[in-house]
Design a protein around this ligand. Structure first.
Ligand code: S3P
Length: 170
């Protein structure tokens, strides 16, 4: 297996923040799939969802993963929260490196995404029920994809990052 570090987990589970801190500690390049899609498409995720729908965004995610599977550099991959929903994506993610599922509960996520306007799937009423429902549906897929589960509730970024590095170096 190559040495890439792959971060998966629900929106607000801390993937981007953890990726930044991992970069600070290792100097490994960070690839953020959302940011790369936005850059390549020249549109925000909201715009992609609004004009072409979620399926189209999911296709872009899979295309990006396919491209990454052809490259060999050493990187930290921070993925969009829905990436492991497609079976094909799960297989690619697993083959790209060591996959870490950043697990957070509904209350932690609610606190972190409060006031967010950039995530189309979190807009609208009753955010708590929406998050709880999606977490329930997606958690088995995150578990299926990950080599390691990292519980993040009540932990500092530093603690989460140290756990990841410890496991990645084994
Ligand atoms: C999504 C998560 C978002 C982004 C898009 C859809 C999801 O990424 O890819 O809004 O389906 O969970 P983050 O997990 O980085 O917020």
């Amino acid at each position: 297996m190559n040495h890439n570090i792959i971060l998966i987990g629900y929106m607000g589970s801390g993937k981007s923040t953890v990726a930044k801190e991992l970069y600070a500690k290792t100097g490994m390049e960070v690839i953020d799939t959302d940011a790369l899609i936005v850059k390549e498409q020249g549109r925000s995720i909201n715009e992609i969802f609004q004009t072409e729908g979620e399926e189209s965004f999911r296709r872009l995610e899979t295309e990006l993963l396919r491209r990454l599977s052809e490259s060999v550099s050493s990187y930290i991959l921070s993925t969009g929260g829905g990436m492991p929903v497609r079976e094909e994506n799960r297989a690619i993610l697993k083959s790209l490196g060591t996959v870490f599922f950043l697990k957070a509960d509904t209350e932690t996520i609610l606190k972190r995404v409060k006031g967010d306007t950039q995530r189309p799937l979190l807009q609208g009423t009753d955010q708590r029920a929406r998050i709880a429902g999606m977490l329930k549906a997606r958690t088995p897929m995150y578990e299926l994809t990950a080599h390691h589960r990292i519980e993040t509730d009540g932990k500092t970024i530093e603690e989460v990052v140290n756990e990841i590095l410890c496991l990645a170096r084994k």
